[in-house]
Design a protein around this ligand. Structure first.
Ligand code: FAD
Ligand code: S2G
Ligand code: ZN
Length: 484
């Protein structure tokens, strides 16, 4: 989708058009023309799903917080619109320009600032890549309290800006709990250093919380302080086959009851999502028989023998009770990674034949999977689903984080068409609203869901959010056309 195909959005004439004098000023602030990029901007203009394409003519890559401050202050005074950008792996079109907004990339602001080996508190620049943060912590015997399939590219700052949930929220909780402090730059250039190292601090409003999940609309996150847990010494992964979504829920209850404190992930996948991965990675599936549903369970603890025994007992029990039909336990690191890949590759596999319509929703666990057949039916009724190229839709698949009540519906397509969008939206949002869910569990609102917050938030909540946005960004230069 490029700007002229956005029927409901027009470029706001109040935003200044970029001029040479602006670029000269930015070059002076950055002191290095390599940090001022005007060529080959497709990577920065296009989102991960190749669904949104902006037309920015300028990418700035500040290396210090001070440079971020001077850039933003200038842009605010001149009314030049900006998109703060991390690893550009966001999935709602929030990280790319809609029109010609300047891209403020944090990729050059990526240093580790300090690590306290006793408390496990890490302080670093926002542009630190998630995997680099976790690798650094691994050498110290600690783990980053967040993991997601984009870890090799996404920035920690970006995960905080989107309040990403990920594969281990069940064990380590949300970033609202693990982030202890932020360094942020406001539109007037003010640098707010609240990089505290305190687990408890009840002195006044907890201001960092408004930036967590603000998606670049309130200020730019330039640094973070986060509490990291000790790295588990023992990790196990079991991959199970089940006959029904009912059985998935029963297995979840048993896993919580029998694995308790060592349970670190509980992911479910439907059969069609595994079919997509099989076509994509051309490998045999870990389980011989096909099952309607699969569950990946990860345990993480401090004593391998203790954990092995607990997991074995749990598996025997759920098989005996015929809740689970089949299952294997990873025998080594390689097999553990391989089993995870059958869950982590679903996003890529969903879009590799053309594109994907993604819906990341929270629902009451009992209704969680019903959304998928409901959407599939709508698409079939519109005669859009089929095996051959004449049909744009390949399959609707469901998978996600059972422990968080969060399902990912991915409609894998051969091409994006208006008919598909009309069949799915606003049907999917109305369905989620009727079932008292959230239309965005963890990916945020961005550009894709800008008009749908009302399906989850009340008018008064939206009013408060708008008041906050006007207070922090009165000229609306931060990530315009998105969020609400
Ligand atoms: P970007 O995509 O660059 O930006 C995302 C948003 O944050 C934009 O609105 C941007 O303006 C803003 N932003 C970025 N950096 C800053 C900053 N420093 N200050 C202020 N605003 C900023 N998400 C989940 O929650 N759970 C998952 O399990 C998950 N799995 C994923 C798997 C794959 C394969 C992929 C591609 C994505 C996945 N995601 C998941 C999406 C996830 O939200 C993003 O990958 C990540 O959180 C965004 O980080 P980023 O650095 O790429 O930010
Ligand atoms: C996940 C990200 C990708 C997707 O895999 O858990 O959050 O397909 C998702 O939505
Ligand atoms: Zn997810």
């Amino acid at each position: 989708l490029t700007a002229d195909s956005y029927p409901y959005v027009k470029r706001d004439p109040n935003y200044k058009q970029l001029e040479d004098s602006d670029i000269a000023h930015f070059t002076e602030i950055l002191g290095d023309s390599k940090l001022v990029i005007q060529e080959d901007l497709d990577f920065y203009n296009e989102d991960y799903m190749h669904k949104y394409m902006g037309q920015s003519k300028l990418v700035l890559k500040p290396k210090t917080t001070q440079q971020v401050s001077e850039i933003i202050k200038y842009c605010n005074e001149k009314k030049l619109a900006i998109v703060p950008q991390g690893g550009n792996t966001g999935l709602v079109g929030g990280s790319v320009p809609v029109f010609d907004e300047i891209v403020l990339s944090l990729s050059s602001l990526n240093k580790i600032r300090s690590f306290d080996e006793v408390s496990g508190i890490l302080k670093a620049d926002a542009g630190l890549i998630l995997e680099n943060a976790d690798n650094f912590l691994a050498e110290k015997g600690y783990i980053f309290p967040l993991d997601l399939g984009a870890k090799g590219s996404c920035h920690v700052g970006g995960t905080i800006a989107t309040n990403a949930g990920g594969l281990r929220l069940l064990r380590y909780g949300s970033l609202h709990g693990s982030v202890l402090g932020l360094e942020t730059v406001l539109v007037d250039g003010t640098i707010v250093d609240s990089l505290h190292s305190l687990r408890k601090d009840n002195t006044g409003y907890d201001m960092k919380q408004v930036f967590i999940g603000s998606e670049g609309t309130l200020g730019v996150i330039t640094g973070f302080s986060i509490l990291c847990p000790p790295r588990p010494k023992a990790k196990n992964v079991a991959f199970l086959g089940l006959e029904s979504y009912e059985a998935v829920q029963k297995t979840f209850i048993e896993a919580k009851g029998q694995l308790g404190e060592i349970l670190s992930a509980f992911e479910f996948m439907d059969n069609k999502s595994q079919e997509l991965v099989k076509t994509y990675n051309k490998l045999d599936h870990p389980l011989e028989e096909p099952y309607p549903f699969y569950v990946l369970i990860e345990s993480s603890g401090s004593n391998k023998d203790h954990d092995d025994e607990k997991l074995e007992q749990f598996l025997e029990d759920v098989m005996e009770k015929e809740i689970v039909s089949d299952g294997i336990v990873a025998q080594d690191e390689t097999q553990l990674a391989n089993l995870w890949s059958w869950r982590e590759l679903i996003p890529e596999a969903s879009q590799h034949k053309g594109g994907v319509y993604k819906y990341d929703v929270s629902l009451p666990l009992k209704d969680l999977y019903d959304l998928i057949p409901a959407v599939e039916e709508k698409l079939k009724a519109a005669n859009l689903v089929g095996e051959t190229d004449e049909f744009p839709v390949i399959a609707s698949v469901g998978y996600g984080h059972i422990g968080d009540g969060n399902v990912h519906l991915n409609v894998a397509v051969r091409r994006y068409t208006k008919e598909i969008e009309k069949a799915i939206e606003p049907f999917v949002y109305e369905w989620v609203q009727q079932h008292h869910g959230s239309v965005s569990a963890e990916h945020g609102l961005g550009f894709q869901k800008k008009n749908y917050i009302g399906y989850t938030k009340s008018e008064n909540e939206i009013k408060l959010i708008k008041q906050l946005k006007n207070l922090y960004d009165p000229n609306g230069i931060l990530n315009p056309y998105k969020y609400i």
